[in-house]
Write a protein that binds this ligand. Structure first.
Ligand code: NAG
Ligand code: NAG
Ligand code: NAG
Ligand code: NAG
Ligand code: NAG
Length: 821
């Protein structure tokens, strides 16, 4: 094998590998009720199914379509969403009776509002399912007063509340895509409310322009004077596969008024094309779930408009997975202006046969065209080419989360560069915030927004107010798009890689990035704490003087008084879900004979003369090490002072740490621990020690300073005694680890692909629990991370890491939050 084929083999292997390296674990998790992310909930006993959302332009008012009601919520206030007005609009008893008589479930017969749009400056237009007999009406946007007459809603609103539909109003005309019959098998894209010379239009349904579609969304692009519809449908053009689903984008021109004889009162500008969310030759993610539009950046051409979509797959191989793809408007336009497939009218089969082009399908302004030309566009509406995603690749893939909705925003970082931030709603009820980076997506955080699964839900982003709204059957939840103050050190702020947040060295706080402030520490692309937080460390060093020996204020850790033979358990809360914790003792390794590292990161051992002394819990993330906890385990001076925490259940400690610790809330924390000491000979009492609220009384320390404070006479592995050797050692190990990891991950990936990905391909991060991977893999992860994000020597954090510690030396027994009474 020559070197070139070797190279191409490597490239091929790497491309197979690349999806495997995607890490999609949210860095921090805010379970329901967590103080780090306050949710505002609007719910009311007489309101339910609040799933159709419409925001006013300034983001101050949220209109909500619910069951038998339309609400106007004032959302300008920080802590509450006020109900400003409410329109009750329900079917009569007679209507409900008829609905039940037709065999529909009673629960599906109320009026579920499914269309809610601004009509003009004073009125909204709304439609509801109205006991399987859809109705529409005008409502005053101030008072929510309804017009006296209601319109028939056929073709504007689905009959069945579980059927998806989409609608948009442009210049007072309503464009909708929905099913137009009771059984739900007459899909239609149509225009309503047209006046004077303009006529209402719909699809010609003789040729099957749509095949059992699921409508997802619609957008008006003013620059094109076109409306784009997104949906999935059964692909007739691939007749060799049974019920093969494809995702589509279709277009119509708002100037359309239909043909004069041919295509009278029918669209002359309808065209559709396949949207392909597919990487290379892998199976496509073929079923579109949601789409959001990202307008071009300021000054960029309209053609740079992007559409971000969530796609899932119809095949079991990819079940439970979802992918995000983005499509550029320019690419959609070029597909629509290209060639079209030809439909054989007798067999209804598609072909790519070249025929004389009589007209350009998809072109606006065909109303005076000849019958011949109109017949041509009537039969040629499926573009030959597919719209491929930007960069011909998937924007992100998640093996463990099924996303159902998304919304997208462009955010300017402290470096003035623009970053794309996605808000993704999972089926399990979590809202993920992800920033798109050259090497893939980084999930900054997840916030739990609902608990029971929701068949119908919706997501709306208010950019001016920095809020995300989630509508479910139970109510509307509002989530701030960021909370910088949650990150209480420069390291946490930078590691978050949140484009909204930067560390202000002056106020020593993580603050919102604004146009006026330029000196904020932030590194979204690299998350490199040591580079951007160095100024912070310097400030701090001068505070304590050059001789480094801190006098009194910093403790040698939590004092833990134990009796010999007692089982000690030291807690170490995770700094984030991407960090790895590690326990250290000065100058000694923690042998597995004596020490048990538990699933939740805590350390357990039996107090003996050999195990008394200092313990450090270190957390490594993105190559940056920081001390999470320091303990000093000492023998009790008097046997009379019995620990009040004896026999305390670990459960409480853990939960308290998880919910009140300002810097961590890890959903995966076990509620109970399996591990229990059964050896009764030792007269075991459990001592649990929790780190204290680290955020309340902050002092920054470097690790080396601390080490000197804690272990003045001892030598630790990371002691800067022999920094040169250390450096070399680190570099060599990184290289070794990299090679090893690449090999291992490659073979793993190949294996996994072969097994049709029955297991998750995601390499990391390591869940700190039972399915801990091999040390090689663990190292491989470290290696990759270092390789990806660092140019310097990241494992060298010993010199500049900072530590947060509380002001006084305290006996942990005195402030254990779980002391039983
Ligand atoms: C932001 O986080 C801080 C610290 O955890 C918390 O006190 C505050 O309530 C949070 N704010 C919001 C709006 O969630
Ligand atoms: C908005 O439309 C409604 C219904 O057609 C109409 O009654 C109202 O006068 C319009 N308002 C304005 C400001 O045009
Ligand atoms: C198209 O027909 C309309 C009348 O139907 C006429 O007013 C208009 O001038 C014609 N436009 C063109 C481009 O022929
Ligand atoms: C309406 O809400 C109920 C729960 O309150 C839920 O079971 C039902 O599926 C919802 N219906 C629709 C159409 O969303
Ligand atoms: C920090 O801790 C010290 C010692 O306990 C205390 O005197 C001081 O008031 C604390 N500062 C704050 C801001 O809580």
């Amino acid at each position: 094998m020559d070197s070139r084929s070797l190279l191409s083999l490597t490239v091929a292997l790497l491309s197979v590998l690349s999806p495997c390296l995607t890490r999609l674990t949210p860095r921090v998790s805010f379970p329901m009720g967590s103080p780090g992310r306050r949710l505002t909930l609007f719910s009311s006993p007489d309101v339910s199914n609040t799933t159709t959302l419409l925001l006013s332009e300034d983001g101050g008012m949220l209109y909500v379509g619910a069951r038998d009601a339309v609400l106007a919520l004032d959302v300008r206030h920080k802590d509450v969403m006020f109900l400003r007005s409410k329109l009750d609009w329900s079917p009569s008893e007679k209507d409900l009776e008829q609905c039940s008589m037709k065999g529909k479930k009673k629960a599906d017969c109320p009026n579920f509002i499914r269309v809610l749009q601004f009509l003009n400056t004073s009125h909204l237009y709304t439609c509801g399912t109205f006991a399987f007999s859809p109705r529409c009406t005008y409502i005053n946007s101030e008072t929510l007063a309804m017009s006296l007459n209601t319109d028939e809603g056929r073709g504007r609103c689905p009959y069945d509340p579980y059927q998806r539909n989409t609608a948009v109003i442009v210049d007072g005309e309503l464009y909708t895509a929905t099913v137009a019959d009771y059984r739900g098998n007459r899909p239609i894209i149509s225009r309503h409310l047209s006046e004077s010379s303009r006529v209402d239009l719909k699809l010609d349904d003789t040729l099957g322009w749509l095949e059992d579609p699921t409508f997802i969304s619609s957008t008006f692009i003013p620059h094109e004077e076109k409306i784009y519809f997104f949906f999935s449908e059964v692909a007739r053009e691939y007749n060799f596969i049974d019920k093969f689903i494809v995702s589509r984008v279709s277009q119509i021109c708002i100037s359309d008024v239909g043909g004069q004889r041919t295509l009278q009162r029918r669209w002359t500008t309808f065209a559709k094309a396949q949207l392909l969310c597919q990487a290379g030759s892998e199976l496509p993610y073929n079923v579109i779930q949601d789409v959001d539009i990202l307008p071009p950046a300021e000054g960029a051409p309209a053609d740079d408009t992007l559409f971000y979509g969530i796609f899932t797959s119809q095949w079991a191989v990819n079940s439970g997975r979802s992918a995000v793809c983005s499509f550029r408007l320019a690419d959609i336009k070029s597909v629509f202006s290209g060639n079209y497939k030809v439909l054989n009218r007798d067999t209804l089969q598609w072909s790519a046969r070249v025929q004389e082009k009589v007209a350009n399908p998809g072109e606006c302004g065909l109303h005076n065209a000849s019958d011949n030309a109109l017949r041509f566009v009537k039969e040629n509406f499926l573009a030959e080419d597919s719209v491929r995603p930007v960069g011909k690749r998937l924007t992100m893939v998640s093996a463990e989360h099924t996303y159902s909705h998304l919304t997208v925003q462009r955010v300017q970082g402290a470096n003035r560069r623009l970053y794309t931030v996605l808000f993704l709603l999972t089926e399990a009820g979590f809202l993920h915030k992800a920033v798109l980076l050259p090497l893939g997506a980084h999930i900054i955080e997840e916030v739990q927004v609902f608990e029971p699964p929701q068949p119908v839900k919706s997501l709306k982003l208010s950019v001016p107010k920095g809020m995300v709204y989630v509508g479910t059957a139970e109510g509307v939840v509002r989530v701030p798009t960021f909370n910088c103050s949650y990150y209480w050190t420069c390291a946490q702020c930078v590691l978050s890689r949140d484009p909204f947040c930067g560390w202000d060295p002056v106020s020593r706080a993580c603050v919102e990035v604004s146009g006026t402030q330029s000196s904020l520490a932030q590194d979204i692309d690299g998350g490199n704490v040591e580079d951007v937080c160095s100024s912070v460390s310097l400030t701090h060093k001068t505070r304590f003087g050059p001789n480094k020996l801190p006098a009194a204020p910093c403790p040698a850790g939590e004092l833990v008084s134990v009796s010999l033979n007692e089982v000690v358990r030291l807690q170490c809360p995770a700094a984030s879900q991407l960090s790895q914790q590690q326990w250290e003792r000065p100058n000694s390794r923690l042998s597995s004979d004596l020490y048990l590292e538990l699933e939740d990161g805590s350390l357990s051992f039996v107090a003996t003369p050999a195990t008394l002394g200092h313990y450090l819990c270190l957390s490594t993330e993105n190559g940056y090490r920081q001390i999470i906890a320091i303990y000093h385990v000492k023998q009790k001076s008097s046997p009379m002072t019995q620990s009040p925490t004896g026999h305390t259940r670990t459960t409480h400690t853990t939960q308290t740490a998880a919910s009140s610790g300002p810097h961590t809330s890890v959903r995966s924390w076990p509620k109970t621990t399996e591990w229990r000491r059964t050896d009764t000979k030792l007269s075991v009492t459990n001592t649990q020690v929790t780190t204290r609220q680290l955020g309340t009384n902050l002092t920054l320390w470097t690790e080396s300073e601390l080490r000197e404070a804690v272990f003045p006479a001892e030598e630790s592995l990371l002691s800067p005694r022999c920094p040169h050797y250390l450096k070399e050692l680190v570099v060599v190990s990184i290289l070794l680890v990299l090679c090893l990891s690449l090999l291992i991950t490659m073979s793993l990936c190949v294996l996994r692909q072969r097994y049709q990905r029955k297991t998750s391909p995601q390499a990391g991060p390591l869940p700190r629990d039972s399915n801990r991977e091999t040390p090689e893999e663990e190292e491989a992860l470290n290696g990759n991370e270092v390789f990806n994000k660092h140019s310097g020597s990241p494992l060298h954090g010993g010199q500049s890491s900072s530590l947060v510690c509380n002001g006084t030396l305290t006996d942990s027994r005195q402030h254990l939050p779980n002391t039983p009474i």
